[in-house]
Write a new protein. Sequence first.
Length: 221
Amino acid sequence: MTNDVSKRLAAFDCCALSDTMDRLGLDGCVTGLSAGLPGRRIAGRVRTMRLAAGSPPPGAPVRHLGASTIDAAETGDIIVIEQPSAIDAGCWGGLLSHAAVLKGIAGIVADGLVRDIDEIRELSLPVFCKGYTARTARGRVYECATGEPVQVGGLTVEPGSHVVADTSGVVFIRQEDVEQVIAVASEIAAREQAMASKLSAGETASSVLGASYEHMLKKDT
């Protein structure tokens, strides 16, 4: 069922989905995360990981951040990471990416920096993040929670929700909103396709991209 939802959502780019969220009055669009593989779109169920600044507290089990999240993930999932802001450290890297690819994880969305980006690109693992660094997480950030709500771009993202990411942005969709989002996105995409066909047929930009486009998000247009 989850894979079916992901395939249906993957039919829409993030611009169409952002318009859909506006139309429905829903929050979910995040701007400012760069695509490690521009031109690639991913869609899947959210697996969450939250990081904290510093080192694990005394007595905490020693583990590599991200490993338990990968182990818990299923094929097609997307790992979504919250990292404290303004910390120059990688919240994701090359070895984690190797493990993720082998597990069938569809991609990574990180509200933080990523290291080993050249290696990640060679693995063809889509990663969306704030930027890149060579600095290790050791002594700078550690995994404090998995499978709990996280903050990304000021939004609260629940595990088990859905995410679509492409070069334009990232859109998070709650499970209970998926069907209405798909329905409205289909309508908006059809309108845009119809307008593109009119332009191709020789109609002027002013006539095609007038009131019809400007009132795209109104239900009665």
